[in-house]
Design a binder for this molecule. Sequence first.
Ligand SMILES: Nc1nc2c(ncn2[C@@H]2O[C@H](COP(=O)(O)OP(=O)(O)OP(=O)(O)O)[C@@H](O)[C@H]2O)c(=O)[nH]1
Ligand SMILES: [Mg+2]
Length: 382
Amino acid sequence: MQEWIYLVIGIAVVGVLAIAGFVTTRVRRPGRLPEKASTDVITPAPSTTVEAPTAPPTVEVETPEAPAEPAAPTLETPEKPASRLVRLRQRLAGSNALGRGLLGLLSRDQLDEDTWEAIEDLLIGADIGVAPTQELVENLRTRLRVEGGQAADARAVLREELINLVDPTMDRALKVSGEGDAPGVVLVVGVNGTGKTTTVGKIARILVADERTTLLAAADTFRAAAADQLSTWGERVGVEVVRGPEGGDPASVAFDAVKEGIDRGVDTVVVDTAGRLQNKQGLMDELGKVKRVIEKQTPVTEVLLVLDATTGQNGLIQAKVFSEVVDVTGIALTKLDGSAKGGIVVAVQRQLGVPVKLVGLGEGPDDLAPFDPAAFVDALLS
Ligand SMILES: Nc1nc2c(ncn2[C@@H]2O[C@H](COP(=O)(O)OP(=O)(O)OP(=O)(O)O)[C@@H](O)[C@H]2O)c(=O)[nH]1
Ligand SMILES: [Mg+2]
């Protein structure tokens, strides 16, 4: 009988131990799951790093989002473009000295020759250019003579004539859409230091604000820092950058980016280029090739020339060289903030025969605004 009891106790102990063992393994298991799951999370990442099967080995596509961080990095929400010019109007403070000066002179009791000369000097000093200045003064003289020189009228007449001079009939929409399924391709060119890379970064934000899928191409292979600079812009809004090796062929990077854009079905590819202007032939060869190579796949929809508003006549001469090399379709006028040379908007449009489409009004990420003649003139006269 006692042996029986020992036997039962023995069986019970073994049973308890067995159950305890089972439970601990069950408890431990979930601990292992995340390890396994985390390898699963990491594995697909390289495939999102788009090792494009057909892409040449030299070109990598960066995935800005860190793949190991499932709670996506906080991306910035760029400001919608429509409200920007109004927000940034105070930044034209330098230029609206022009507006104030003109209004002051036009509201004099006597509009004599000296006054008209002073008006001409103001306009030329603001980089409007000689021919447009003469045209504007001529129109103002005729109208103010006919309509009488009341101060209130002078303001309205000046506003109208300035808007006409800036030309409200030009199509200023940035061409960011391609035909059918093809992406729009925006090629950004200009002298070094004018603000190309910054402008490409800011355009990416405008496109994101408009809910367009976007890819950037770092076709400035001249400096490695240029591609890094562009990547930083892209990362902030989750836009990827296609880049090549330092010193590599810019046309090849542009080609790969556009190919990638087509394969992925993105809305727009924006291509940043190097700006050194060693000589016209070198520039022509390089930019010409970039454009030709892109257009083997799909047309470039916009060639945007970036021009620094503070460089005056010198900038205009360089702009002219670029426009002879590639068919410029639009101008981004940067650094208008703090420049008293707002008149360059008129001069550059006349010189190149293409509209100013964007204006840069600061170093902030959303300090790039679609250009609107009436809002611009109102800012000058405010
Ligand atoms: N104040 C002001 N600064 C600007 C504006 N746009 C660009 N910049 C500044 O201009 C400097 C040059 O800009 P980048 O974008 O590097 O010029 P880039 O044309 O790409 O220069 P390279 O690549 O060397 O040819 C930077 O310090 C920008 O912050 C603007 O609208 N206003
Ligand atoms: Mg650059």
